[in-house]
Design a protein around this ligand. Structure first.
Ligand code: COA
Length: 370
């Protein structure tokens, strides 16, 4: 049998701006109410980047936490992928800024822009690079500050978004857990459903574009809503089929945190029990590419993940783009810095060991056939 490399998440972290903005603050800006926002979206408050807080400052803070949890020297990181659509500048990307700040001197660094689905694209890409044997340690960051592109007077958009960053560190391992199945898709026919019309090379920023507010996010909310519910359901079914699993095998669903009603509708159709769905959008709103790694970090820190658990993640966003993946958790929630984490993984496999091993065997069988 050929040597196998599985990508384990061995570090995680998140960073959020200091300023919290409650729904009530919108009541003095636009014709809306705390009640409307809560019932239509599930959001109660969000974090908004202030002076000195940028996409890269948040990304760096989240990445530092992930590196500390993994307890590795940043010089041992091979690649940094920053999923973002709001890099600090048009050039260069955010990733080299993050790389330099971390002292990851042996690492490549590149941005991936799939808007709110960016983290899923970066995670699946990182997994593939580790599986191929070309990379051993990849830092995947999701970071966005979409409030910087927001017209605070547009009540259909401004109430939805918040800023933040989340990061995971992936490391190659022989332990047969990690990402078992994934779907990455796009449908560019929906490009105008969620976009920023001006400021790119097709429509340079001018006094006129500024006056028209063409540098702000424009969105057809109901169309994006319908798209999101559909793709979560369809791509989840596809991923579960590919992994030879069913909805009952999902221990935790970590969806992109866009709208509570989107998540509820998808989960109802999938018949996934609501206590297996991780939600934190009430506190942060939609943080774009950061939402899944922030939620994942909070799920880990809250003790929701155990070795052998099957974690379903699904992200969607502008493009249109989407990505869904099934990840089997291999690392216990607290890794003592003094103990090699592989040892802890083996010791941590307790009552779930039988199921974890059966899923691992299935994964090996699938890989053999491929
Ligand atoms: N406060 C009060 N009223 C609002 C409002 C607000 N913040 N935003 C919209 N409305 C009004 C609309 O103007 C409309 O009024 P009208 O009937 O008089 O025209 C009414 O509420 C219903 O609007 P609609 O857009 O149909 O509401 P909705 O139930 O679809 O909710 C969204 C709007 C934006 C919350 C919802 O469509 C959504 O979340 N879509 C997905 C967006 C998303 O997730 N984007 C990011 C993807 S990564």
């Amino acid at each position: 049998m050929s040597p196998r490399r599985y990508a384990q998440i061995v570090g995680w972290g998140k960073a959020l701006p200091a300023r919290s903005m409650h729904n009530r603050e919108f009541e003095s800006l636009v014709d809306t109410s705390d009640e409307w926002i809560r019932t239509r979206t599930g959001i109660v408050e969000r974090r908004v980047a202030g002076e000195g807080e940028t996409t890269t400052s948040l990304a760096i803070a989240a990445a530092r936490q992930a590196i500390a949890v993994a307890d590795i020297d940043p010089r041992r990181i091979d690649l940094i992928l920053v999923a973002t659509c709001t890099a600090d500048r048009l050039l260069p990307g955010a990733a080299p800024i993050v790389q330099q700040a971390l002292g990851a001197t042996s690492s490549g660094a590149v941005d991936m822009n799939a808007a709110c689905a960016g983290f899923m694209y970066a995670l699946v890409t990182a997994n593939g690079l580790i599986a191929s044997g070309t990379h051993r340690r990849i830092l995947v960051v999701g970071a966005d500050t979409l409030t910087r592109w927001m017209d605070w007077k547009d009540r259909r958009v401004s109430i939805l978004f918040g800023d933040g960053a989340g990061a995971v560190l992936l490391e190659a391992s022989d332990l047969p857990t990690g990402l078992f199945a994934s779907v990455l898709r796009a449908d560019g026919s929906g490009a105008d459903l969620l976009h920023v019309p001006a400021g790119g090379t097709a429509c340079l920023p001018t006094n006129d574009t500024l006056a028209r507010g063409a540098h702000y996010i424009q969105m057809d909310g109901p169309a994006v809503f319908r798209f999101a519910v559909q793709i979560i359901v369809d791509s989840t079914r596809e991923v579960l089929d590919a992994a030879h699993l069913t909805v009952e095998d999902v221990d935790l669903f970590v969806p992109h945190q866009a709208n509570r009603r989107i998540i509820d509708a998808a989960v109802r159709t999938l018949e996934l029990p609501s206590d297996r769905v991780f939600i934190n959008l009430d506190r942060y709103g939609n943080t774009s590419a950061a939402s899944i790694p922030i939620a994942l970090t909070e799920a880990i820190e809250g003790g929701r993940l155990h070795p052998g658990d099957n974690i379903l993640m699904s992200g969607f966003g502008a493009g249109l783009t989407w990505g869904t993946a099934l990840f089997q958790w291999g690392v216990p929630q607290r890794v003592p810095a003094t103990m090699p984490w592989q040892t802890v993984v083996h010791q941590g496999l307790t009552e779930r060991a039988a199921r974890a091993l059966s899923v691992a065997r299935r994964a090996l069988a699938i890989a053999d056939r491929a």
